[in-house]
Design a protein around this ligand. Structure first.
Ligand code: GRF
Length: 205
């Protein structure tokens, strides 16, 4: 699969991040290590001071702030994101800890090329407190999911998942970092798999 993708030009990623951006950095590192044939064209972040902007500087990747508080409607923010992605020639939309609901306007601008990562084994525990909900439910196995984005939050066809055992005495503070270790492994692989699936189905990559 990876050899097949290497015959194509690098896929052109745009990243959306709201906070730390550790998944963004994992993707950037996978590209630097030649595990993913891609280029990150731009990172858009919505919270001034987001650590994701510092990580972008470390990799020499342009970072653009679109503060959602400056936009009256969700669609206005999404249109601004689309414009920035066009300006930087990003043709994939990779949500990496993007804590805003997106609209159909944004999804439609990146057909077959819009992904999200979520810290649970979807369809269990969608929403903002997935790790806490998994602990409260008493499940034995937590995990993370990369999926294609549809309008309903944390829905859409699943691309890849990784399981993380819940250990005795786990709290969100101990479990979420272990989930993130798997997220960082999973997301670059899931982007490559999606590109491969798109090629198989005759879609653009
Ligand atoms: C991750 O756990 C991701 O699954 C969720 O938000 C978190 C973002 O972490 N959507 P980071 O900003 O990539 O460190």
């Amino acid at each position: 699969m990876l050899d097949g993708l290497r015959q194509h030009p690098p896929i052109k990623l745009g990243i959306l991040a709201s906070g730390s951006g550790s998944n963004f950095e994992a993707i950037a590192q996978a590209i630097a290590d030649q595990h993913l044939n891609a280029h990150i064209q731009v990172v858009v972040y919505n919270n001034p001071g987001a650590k994701a902007a510092d990580r972008a500087a470390k990799f020499g990747i342009p970072a653009v702030l679109h503060n959602h508080r400056d936009y009256a409607q969700r669609e206005d923010l999404d249109r601004a994101i689309i414009q920035t992605f066009q300006d930087y020639d990003a043709t994939w939309l990779i949500m990496a800890g993007w804590m805003r609901r997106v609209t159909q306007v944004l999804i439609d601008a990146f057909p077959q090329r819009c992904l999200n990562i979520h810290p649970s084994l979807l369809p269990s525990f969608p929403g903002t407190h997935a790790v806490e909900q998994a602990l409260a439910a008493g499940v034995a196995i937590a995990g993370c999911t990369v999926h294609r984005v549809e309008l309903k939050v944390d829905s859409g066809p699943i691309i890849m998942q990784a399981a993380v055992p819940i250990l005795p005495g786990d709290s969100a503070d101990t479990l979420h970092p272990r989930v993130q270790v798997q997220e960082h492994r999973l997301y670059p692989a899931a982007i490559a798999l999606t590109a491969w699936q798109n090629l198989q189905h005759g879609h653009k990559i």
